[in-house]
Ligand binder design. Structure first.
Ligand SMILES: C[S@@+](CC[C@H](N)C(=O)[O-])C[C@H]1O[C@@H](n2cnc3c(N)ncnc32)[C@H](O)[C@@H]1O
Length: 469
């Protein structure tokens, strides 16, 4: 047995011995001794020249690659610009499930129920149309911050971040076209990548995760449209969290199971479960067979004919309580956007947010029914004296900012100094006064203010690069 596999809990190994053949157990332990592969997924809205050497495609996700040797991501300005997301490859199998079964050509409403830190949310956001809506929900408050940061870097306004338990969405009866529940789990699939998960593991953890997952799954049918897609996933191997959920879903008689087409070279194992005479398939990624960490994913479609009408209503009085920016100030906001007429603006505690016009009613409805942590793109604050915008970092890195805003391209060293909030070698931008954007390889890093003899660095302190580069 390898050294690393020796650290695996005995109870885990003995259970796995019941799940896998003797040959597989040996291969599993050998693979456990290898390093977890490193992979990243590019942002289709921010194409850039990413120069990692020795990359190979992740076969089940068009926008992703493995990297032979882990680079120092923290020293790459492109990651700050939102050009890519470092994501474990197996998790990107959601891409296949959505490509094969979600109506991605339509404008849809998607709920990512367990969303932080945002790997699956950014993937979903890459696939849906710009008129679609992504509700990224994270109930654990402190985990909502990295989720918001990652969606902000991705740059699109059609997202809203909520912080609710799954029962809260049941009031939005049959509202969503797609629900993804990447449930909290015992994390056995992360044992290799993150040894801390080994220490946290116990049979009791499996029991408690299984209870939470059961509850999450129970609530799904109420908020999913008939004909809607439900994807359940975990990053663990335990049958209590995977096979039992398949049984639960079948037992509810609310769903029809879906198959996902696979290429045999991907090394994905099909897990079949039968309940009440119906068979359903789960797809398992395991170290010794698939190039990635552990994952379990299954897909279902909700039975029934989709209703033509929304099945719930929110009182107009409540909807009117959501304050939208007045016309004159909205016009000032639109000047900062490439397609300003496609947006309306919401104000909260003096901060102004751009919200796609076609989603205003949806955003309002979510404001009054859910706990909302973030919405659309933060534009900034209005300077009450001159009625001009003090633009926010979110606007700078968004995909909706006007292309005529002054900008300057910087070299690597200046990009790093900018991200550290230090002085750059450039001291001015020819012909520019006031707000301007700093770009690296064509992508925006953030704002500077051009004064007569210096540049003021407006990179947000809380995001600044602290590594010694
Ligand atoms: C596996 S992680 C999600 C990873 C995320 N989907 C991604 O790809 O980046 C599960 C998430 O569920 C959240 N969670 C914990 N308890 C929950 C509950 N009762 N209902 C919904 N989500 C919960 C956790 O805080 C955690 O962020």
């Amino acid at each position: 047995m390898s050294n690393r596999a020796e650290k695996l809990p005995k109870k885990f190994i003995s259970r796995l011995e019941g799940q896998l053949s003797e040959e597989d157990i040996i291969a599993f332990k050998e693979a456990f001794d290898e390093f977890a592969p490193v992979s990243y997924r590019t942002n289709p809205f921010k194409p850039a020249e990413i120069d990692f050497s020795d990359i190979t495609p992740v076969p089940w996700c068009d926008e992703a690659h493995y990297i032979a040797k882990r680079p120092s991501f923290a020293k790459d300005p492109l990651i700050f610009a939102g050009a890519y997301y470092v994501q474990e490859a197996s998790s990107m199998f959601l891409w296949q499930a959505l490509k094969q079964h979600a109506p991605l050509e339509k404008d849809i409403k998607v709920l990512d129920l367990c969303a932080a830190p945002g790997g699956k949310s950014t993937l979903i956001n890459s696939l849906i149309t710009e008129k679609s809506l992504l509700v990224a929900n994270e109930v654990v408050d402190k985990r909502a911050t990295p989720l918001i940061d990652n969606l902000v870097r991705w740059g699109n306004p059609n997202t809203i971040v909520t912080a609710n338990y799954s029962d809260s969405f049941t009031q939005l009866r049959e509202y969503f076209d797609v629900i993804v529940a990447d449930a909290p789990c015992s994390g056995e699939g992360m044992f290799r990548k993150d040894p801390k998960t080994i220490d946290a593991w116990s049979p009791m953890l499996i029991n408690s995760c299984s209870d939470v997952q059961k509850e999450i799954v129970d609530y799904i049918p109420k908020s999913l449209k008939a004909g809607g897609l439900f994807i359940y996933s975990t990053c663990t191997f335990s049958p209590q969290e995977n096979e039992e959920r398949l049984e639960q879903i079948l037992d509810s008689e609310e769903f029809e199971p879906l198959e996902i087409d696979l290429d045999p070279s991907w090394g994905i194992t099909k897990i079949e479960v039968e309940k009440n005479g119906v068979k359903a398939t789960g797809y398992r990624f395991i170290f010794h067979k698939t190039t990635g960490e552990g994952l379990f994913l299954t897909a279902f479609i909700k039975k029934g004919e989709p209703s033509r009408h929304q099945k719930f209503s929110v009182s107009p009085k409540k909807m009117k309580q959501v304050f939208m920016l007045r016309k004159r100030e909205s016009e000032e906001m639109r000047k900062w956007l490439e397609n300003g007429n496609d947006f309306d603006f919401y104000e909260e505690e003096d901060e102004i947010y751009a919200i796609p016009k076609n989603l205003v009613q949806d955003f309002k409805m979510l404001f009054v029914t859910q706990t909302v942590r973030h919405q659309g793109i933060k534009m900034g604050r209005l300077n009450k004296k001159n009625n001009q915008l003090i633009p926010d970092h979110e606007l700078a890195v968004s995909n909706i900012i006007a292309s005529n805003i002054p900008s300057t391209e910087v070299e690597y060293r200046d990009a790093i100094d900018y991200l550290k909030k230090q002085d750059m070698s450039i001291k001015t931008i020819q012909g520019v006064k006031g707000w301007a954007l700093i770009k690296f390889k064509g992508l925006v890093l953030g704002w500077v203010k051009v004064l007569p003899n210096r540049l003021n660095n407006y990179y947000p302190t809380e995001h600044r690069l602290v590594k010694n580069v």
